[in-house]
Design a binder for this molecule. Sequence first.
Ligand code: SF4
Length: 314
Amino acid sequence: MGGLLNWYDENARPLPWRIQEVSPWETLLAEIIMQQTRMETGLPYWERIRKAYPNPQSLANDSEENLMLLWQGCGYYARARNLYKLAVTLGEEDLPTEYDELLKLPGIGPYTAAAISSICHNQPVACVDGNIRRVLSRIHAMDLTPSQLNSKATERLDISRPGDWNQAMMELGSQVCTPRNPSCSECPVNSTCGGMASGNPESWPIKKKKKQVSMSLVALVIHNLEGVHLIERTGKTLGGLWGIPLAEVGTESDDLLQNRDVKHIGTIKHDFTHRKLFVDVYTTNPRTGEMVTNPDNAPLSSLDRKILSLVDAV
Ligand code: SF4
């Protein structure tokens, strides 16, 4: 794979952190945001969050809710909660430079620790993410276990430029060895690729069927001209955000709607990774004691924003 770094030097996209000096903290923000968010969606979040929090101390001195406000719409909110915990854990300390020390911090797994230690500190640690898994599985024309992936990635790592090598592998996966229609004729490693030789590189890695469960929910938008009644979300998916009261259709939704003068205004569909939601949206006026607030000032998920857009459209 000798040509990979040359290819990367000539073809790497001019991403903001590649064309300007950025700190390890800013690199960490980029790695955390871009791992589960598409680049074009994630870039404005990266810009916004690094400007608001130029170092871990500035985040630790702010509230988690303010971080959630900046993060809303980016999805996978556990990342933001862990980032906040990480900043608080660091206190006045800088981010560690060593892989093993990075791994001890909240929200930092093997991929992120390898990325930070190699890209920011030139340490010879190989990264394995979804793109690299696809490239390596195709080159070897086999489905590789996590430990096989780690050893193959480590064997190939160019220790003279480990950070660039890791980025080159990821760039190859995202720009050339794409999930569908890989551009094998333009690939710098095509002369040694078993997947290309097989004539069907898309066979690897073997795709696992995603199980998506359908759920029917009811949302009750309690509002007046001054604002909307919001509740604090809990749980892994949306914890740390605020939102519209929701209930699963059945006794829970009966409880939510009972003894209220409600109006059904429509149904929305929303996909999470493992769940497809069908949400019947109702509106009503606040009861005494139900506080309302301006939803523009609260950290809401894209599901809640979708529900509120339906209310605005009626
Ligand atoms: S030759 Fe094709 S399948 Fe093999 S690594 Fe390159 S793009 Fe992927």
